[in-house]
Write a new protein. Structure first.
Lengths: 415, 385
């Protein structure tokens, strides 16, 4: 704090003088920009949730296997103590238990390393959101655009492009390539009409699926049953049903009965109700269901982020006049491809008039009010004055060619 | 919204996980030690049964499983809390609520847009890889032009070479003039400073005479600065004109070049994709809030087939590309069927409102709602914004 020696004669004056304002650590920014930034961060739930779910899953899986090992060791000891084994057997068993524990220790360490890496990734994302500032907002938005594009690539399974893009833009920590790869394995297997990986996935996530009352496992089992019927292996089908479908009978009896009845039909049946069950499209339905469960588990949206943002943006930019010619090239809707996408979308609603001068592309407001030519065309005061000054008071409408004098202009009042 | 509480919640989780890990390691260590002890005793003594029995008892007393359980439970609590913290901080858990599901985006069009974006940013290998993976046979038409643009820009940025840029600018001089761009002047000044530095002042003046004379009416001040800077030809860093050497002038020139190049390709100065996504970022919170309110009020909304958004989305100024006229009386947006009309007093209403006010021609004049002037319908003029 600088004290001006001229104005402060005695120390008393110094004490009573109000302290000068401490300069703000950041320059005053328009609050709208700041609130816009906050709103944009609020949309980033998926960014934080997905790696967290992955982290949680790893922790739980590690814990389960740890529990199994420890309880098996303890019960082996109990078994040794209770029964009458010979000394050699006891020694050999104990030694094997000791080495098992060593192995467990190692596994635990590895598991913890993996968990730490995932925790790091979660932290990196939180930090990334924290780093968003009004000063570096263009760069942050650029990164956001790349993240959205990588998400699109992953959902369409373009893994090579996704990796290339993430590496070149340095956003590997902010994208979830491995999670999508995991999903792709299951989806590919389903497309090959194999349920094994999908069932393994269901087993891995049993508790979560149960909590959300998911029917996925049931549907997978039903499909396997139908395949057995299709291959005419009736006996196997019945055994399979006994083993795997009966537990679901309590909750889904109707569906179970419906499918079991396929036993009575051949796969080439013409009966509509049962023909539908034999359709190969059922596999596509399964793929879709898997995707739904997968996205729900990880807290992801079903649709690519790109589509969500594009739709919102296009509909907010669209006006009834958007498809006319003569609009500025800055408008994304002046481009053919964006127009095609925006065609089925509703146009935006605005509560107040906002007028843009055709000549200068500036806003026509109270400081630069609109002026009307005798032919009904409207331009901003500034642009018309400039034109008049350059052409000795003559005004020529750029859109119709109509000529008039600067004095012929009438002011319009738009609220 | 506080990111700090999210960080804290996550830190808690991470700490509990570390705690759980160390404790578990301790427990396993304890187990191994007990087993080792038992093994040593077995080697020495004859009867294994009491040893084994005591081992079993120790294990039961220490109850490793319960200990692990306790830690795991604490960790679980922290894990369940975290998503709740996220939600409390108003992170929108499902941003697809406002998505119209019956609208399918043509993947081919989207791919073209993405490929165009990559080429525009100079990421040619990513763009090529992308098109290869999509299996799109058609090549992006703008690729070649963007390659050229990036070669020019690279020459400027990496090697401080102005040749290609100047060539391009002079060959498109007419269009640049129409667009009222000062690109040529910028490039010429950079070249001028180069010549002044590397060659003689006389050569620089010759260059200025040859190339900059035509810009006298628009850039006189700049030309004056440049010529005056010749007085300090070898000592420009210490002259009042030292800012002429600033590297930001190169960046400005590159930016202006990119903008004009894109403009001539019929593209926008800012990538259309980033503009649309930025607009989307502003629009989404409004749309989501609206959906939430409708759901909470249990109102059914035929979201999927409305022609106009039911809620107003105010985008910031940079997204206003077209005039939008909203009739102050009916709050409807002007369109071809309902154009804005100006009354003789200068106030503007939409056609339908004027018709209503005059009872569809039954009355020949009515009072303007803003100023109490009598308005004659026949004198109302249609406006074109």
């Amino acid at each position: 704090m600088e004290i001006d020696p001229v104005t402060n004669g005695n120390t008393d004056a110094v004490m009573t003088e109000p302290t000068p304002a401490i300069s703000p650590s950041r320059p005053l920014v328009p609050s709208s920009r700041l609130s816009q930034l906050t709103e944009s961060i609020k949309l980033e739930h998926q960014l934080l949730r997905v790696p967290f779910e992955h982290y949680k899953k790893t922790i739980r899986a590690n814990h389960r296997s740890l529990e199994r090992e420890v309880s098996s060791v303890v019960s082996s000891v109990g078994d040794l103590a209770d029964n009458d084994w010979s000394k050699d057997v006891a020694v050999s068993r104990l030694t094997s238990l000791v080495s098992r524990l060593q192995g467990l220790k190692r596994k635990l360490e590895e598991g913890s390393n993996v968990e730490n890496l995932q925790a790091q990734r979660c932290r990196a994302r939180i930090d990334h959101l924290d780093s968003a500032d009004v000063e570096n907002i263009t760069e942050w938005n650029n990164t956001k655009l790349k993240r959205i594009l990588v998400d699109y690539m992953l959902r369409m399974s373009y893994f090579e492009t996704a990796s290339k893009l993430s590496e070149s833009s340095n956003i590997l920590d902010l994208v979830d390539i491995d999670i999508f790869r995991e999903a792709k394995k299951v989806i590919d297997a389903l497309k090959r009409r194999e349920v094994a990986s999908a069932l393994a996935w269901c087993a891995d996530n049993k508790t979560r699926l149960k909590k959300s009352k998911s029917k996925l496992e049931f549907q997978l089992r039903l499909q396997e049953f139908i395949e057995l019927v299709r291959a005419d292996s009736y006996k196997q089908a019945i055994l399979y049903a006994r083993k795997h479908l009966t537990p679901w009978g309590a909750t889904h009896m109707n569906e179970l009965q419906h499918v079991l009845a396929t036993l009575a039909f051949k796969s080439t049946t013409e009966c509509a109700k049962y023909k539908a069950l034999f359709e190969l499209q059922q596999w596509d339905v399964l793929v879709h269901q898997f995707k739904q469960e997968f996205c729900k588990l990880y807290g992801m949206t079903m649709e690519p982020l790109l589509n969500i943002y594009l739709q919102a943006g296009l509909t907010a930019l669209k006006t009834p006049y958007s498809f006319e010619e003569g609009c500025t090239k800055e408008d994304p809707l002046s481009q053919e491809s964006f127009r095609k996408l925006a065609l089925p979308l509703p146009y935006s609603k605005q509560e107040h008039s906002k007028l843009v001068c055709y000549i200068s592309k500036e806003l026509m407001d109270t400081e630069n009010p609109p002026q009307v030519l005798p032919n009904g065309y409207v331009y901003s005061t500034k642009a018309l004055k400039e034109m008049a000054d350059r052409n000795k008071g003559e005004i020529k409408c750029p859109r119709t060619g109509f000529v008039c004098n600067h004095t012929d202009l009438i002011k319009a009042y738009i609220s | 919204m506080e990111l700090k509480s999210i960080k804290d919640a996550f830190d808690r989780v991470a700490n509990k996980q570390k705690l759980s890990y160390t404790k578990t390691q301790e427990i396993i260590q304890m187990l191994s030690q007990e087993l080792d002890k038992a093994l040593i005793l077995l080697q020495e003594q004859f009867d294994q049964r009491p040893i084994l029995a005591s081992l079993k008892k120790t294990l039961q007393e220490n109850s490793p499983l319960t200990q692990i359980e306790v830690r795991e439970k604490e960790l679980n609590m922290a894990l369940t809390k975290y998503p709740k913290v996220l939600e409390k901080q108003q992170l929108n858990s499902d941003i697809s609520k406002a998505y119209r599901h019956n609208v399918e985006f043509d993947t081919h069009v989207v791919n073209q847009i993405i490929a165009n974006f990559f080429y525009r940013q100079g990421m040619f290998d990513v763009g090529d890889c992308f098109l290869a993976e999509t299996g799109d046979e058609s090549e992006c038409s703008t690729r070649r032009s963007f390659v050229e643009m990036h070669q020019i820009v690279e020459a400027m940025e990496m090697r401080r070479e102005l040749g290609p840029a100047l060539n391009w600018a002079t060959s498109n001089s007419e269009k640049l003039r129409q667009a009222r761009s000062d690109l040529e002047m910028k490039l010429h000044s950079l070249r001028f400073l180069e010549i002044a530095r590397d060659q003689t002042s006389q050569e620089a003046i010759n260059y200025a005479r040859k190339h900059m004379a035509g810009f006298a009416d628009s850039s006189l001040y700049e030309i004056q600065k440049l010529i005056c800077s010749l007085l300090w030809s070898r000592n420009l860093e210490h002259s009042p004109y030292s800012d002429l050497l600033a590297p930001s002038r190169w960046n400005d020139a590159v930016r202006e070049l990119t903008r004009q190049y894109c403009n001539l390709l019929d593209e926008s100065s800012e990538s259309a994709l980033s503009t649309t996504l930025a607009a989307g970022t502003q629009a989404l919170p409004v749309l989501l809030k609206y959906m939430n309110v409708m759901v909470a009020a249990n109102k059914k909304l035929d979201w999927q087939s409305v022609e106009q958004l039911p809620v107003a989305v105010e985008l910031s100024e940079e997204f206003q590309f077209r005039s939008v006229f909203v009739c102050p009386v009916s709050k409807e947006q002007a369109s071809d069927e309902n154009p804005p009309m100006m009354m003789s007093c200068g106030h503007v209403l939409c056609k339908q409102t004027i018709n209503k006010m005059s009872k569809n021609g039954a009355r020949s004049s009515f009072k303007c709602p803003y100023c109490p002037t009598d308005v004659d319908i026949s004198k109302c003029r249609q406006l074109h914004f």
